[in-house]
Design a protein around this ligand. Structure first.
Ligand code: ZN
Length: 329
């Protein structure tokens, strides 16, 4: 590579790759390059699809019966699950780690959380927009991975999409862990925009030591699952030297943790926060005590789901950029 490229050209070079587009080949050849064809052979797609349906349908039926998800949220999560699995199992396993750990944490000491959850816009049952908020960012990176993997020979960029995905799921997991454990903390949380100020428990943008530690563990778990996949199945991050993988996968947990902090900051600033006109309590709800609430701060239309999506997507893009550049070193 010539040394006189400026950073912008370097970035474009990374995106497009040295010898792309890959010679266009038919659908059959592309399917032949996917992981399931490599593992199971000619009918791999059918086997992979059957496994995806066989594994996902019982899980989401269970999630519906247990009231973890509403019906449409179930269908949406099922679609993400099957699509992630077909694109690459690493995406699926990470989403699954998030889904399981957040379902368990939501149910953990559920009774103790009841009063505080009154502040939140939504309760324990996750709806479609919550599934989109937590899954859409990752889906964009997974599709990015698929397209660059199939249409270019640039492994740097398809790997960068994987790292971006890990950081995105790390962020949503950090947020869920931080929230579910943080609201159980007996200490009054500090306001993230001004740490000398204290706020009511359960306020978006309030941070506690316990919640922050839980948030880091949430991001770390996603990273550890990714590392385990990498150790036991070499294929997800192919053709890069070991030191880069062992540098970048841990880096994703730091990005996920930062994502959780960005999430809290958005929650404290741009997210709409309301006050009940009857009982005077602060809440994320548009309605309280049967009356419409009054906007206290933030944007009325910017809800918790928007916060989750934007924080996780921003962190994914940052992680993507960092891994693109660093792989050129
Ligand atoms: Zn009220």
């Amino acid at each position: 590579m010539p040394h006189n490229r400026n950073p912008f050209e370097l970035f474009l070079f990374t995106l497009v790759g040295p010898d792309v587009p890959k010679n266009w080949c038919g659908l059959k050849e592309m399917i032949g390059e996917m992981w399931f064809s490599q593992v199971f052979g000619q009918w791999g797609w059918l086997i992979a699809l059957s496994i995806a349906i066989g594994v996902n349908v019982p899980i989401f039926v269970w999630a519906r019966i247990k009231r973890h998800l509403t019906l449409f949220a179930c269908l949406m999560a099922g679609f993400f699950g099957i699509a992630y699995w077909i694109i690459h199992p690493i995406f699926y396993v990470l989403l699954f780690a998030f889904f399981i750990s957040s379902s368990i944490l939501t149910n953990y000491r559920k009774k103790d959380k009841k009063d505080i959850q009154d502040k939140f816009e939504k309760g324990g049952e996750r709806d479609t927009s919550q599934v989109l908020a937590n899954g859409l960012g990752g889906f964009i990176f997974a599709v990015g991975y698929l397209l660059t993997f199939l249409l270019t020979t640039n492994i740097i960029i398809s790997n960068a999409f994987i790292f971006a995905f890990i950081a995105t799921i790390g962020t949503v997991n950090a947020d869920t862990w931080g929230t579910e454990i943080g609201i159980l903390s007996n200490d009054q949380p500090y306001w993230i925009l001004n740490l000398s100020k204290k706020v009511d428990r359960g306020t978006s943008g309030g941070v506690s030591l316990k919640g922050t530690a839980a948030s880091f563990i949430g991001a770390l778990i996603v990273t550890l699952v990714a590392l385990l996949i990498e150790i036991f199945w070499k294929s997800p991050v192919p053709d890069v030297s070991t030191w880069q993988i062992y540098l970048f996968i841990p880096l994703t947990s730091i990005f996920g943790f930062i994502g959780g902090i960005i999430d809290s900051m958005f929650g404290a600033s741009i997210q709409g926060f309301f006050e009940c006109t009857v009982c005077g309590k602060g809440t994320e709800k548009r309605e309280h005590c049967g009356e419409p609430t009054k906007l206290l701060r933030g944007n009325e239309w910017f809800r918790n789901d928007h916060v989750n999506f934007s924080a996780s997507f921003i962190v994914g893009i940052l992680m993507f950029g960092v891994s693109c550049f660093a792989f050129l070193l």
